[in-house]
Design a protein around this ligand. Structure first.
Ligand SMILES: [Zn+2]
Length: 252
């Protein structure tokens, strides 16, 4: 029995940890609450809105289907919640979202304006990563139906290994005064047979100063047989992502 289901007074508490409680069915609204750890609660079905909540860990709550509006939430951990279908735009302060292994998850809101780090790997229903403006790190590997990652202007690290249907990855922001100041510095795309980097109009505008680069980039748009394609891809990356430190393209 934990602090929630023991009948103790919980109003006024700043931090509650009821992880693993087999009895708790819902968490009421608690105005003072900043941190809530309620992971591994098999019968938890509902969490009520607590406006000051900053950190919520509800991982492995197999009967939880909805996360309420939490205007001050900064970190959300909901690993392995099989009933959660979407991450709504209800968390304007959210900087870290960790929702891997959610087998019904189909969508993540693009309006998570402060989100910097997103872990959404092993989500078998996820088809698209939206354009989340401030996102810097994205871990979406082993999402078997993932087809598209939308434009991510500030992306620095992207891990999309083993996404067999993934076709497009974003390049990142192009600085108006510089030709190729892409933000991406680490890319992992092992096991993505159809991946290519989209040809973008802003990039085209910038690189027209150099004919040879323009030519090479244009050719990368087309589909090639795998080996030839990967060679083109690497050629392309060698000039278009100048800060790239680490590229692993294997088993393609
Ligand atoms: Zn309890």
């Amino acid at each position: 029995m934990c602090v929630i289901c023991s009948g103790n007074i919980i109003q006024g508490l700043v931090r509650i940890d009821c992880a693993g409680c087999p009895n708790v069915k819902y968490i009421p609204s608690i105005k003072s609450l900043c941190i809530l750890i309620c992971s591994h609660c098999p019968h938890l079905e509902r969490i009520d809105r607590s406006d000051n909540l900053q950190i919520l860990d509800c991982s492995k709550c197999i009967n939880l289907s909805y996360i309420p509006v939490l205007p001050n939430l900064k970190e959300l951990y909901c690993t392995g919640c099989p009933l959660i279908e979407s991450i709504e735009p209800h968390y304007p302060q959210l900087t870290t979202l960790s929702c891997p292994d959610c087998r019904s998850l189909q969508s993540i809101s693009q309006f998570l304006t402060n989100l910097k780090t997103l872990y959404c790997f092993d989500c078998p229903q996820l088809k698209q990563i939206p354009s989340i403006h401030g996102l810097e790190q994205l871990y979406c590997h082993r999402c078997r139906l993932l087809e598209r990652i939308q434009r991510l202007d500030k992306i620095k690290k992207l891990c999309c290994n083993d996404c067999p249907f993934l076709e497009a990855i974003p390049i990142g922001r192009i600085h108006p005064e510089e030709n190729y100041s892409d933000t991406l510095i680490e890319l992992y795309c092992t096991g993505c047979p159809f991946i290519y980097i989209p040809y973008r109009s802003r990039l085209k505008h910038n690189i027209q100063k150099s004919n040879s680069m323009h030519f090479r980039l244009k050719r990368v748009q087309q589909r090639y047989q795998r080996k030839v394609y990967i060679r083109k891809l690497l050629k392309h990356m060698s000039f278009s992502i100048i800060d790239l430190n680490n590229l692993i393209v294997g088993y393609c």
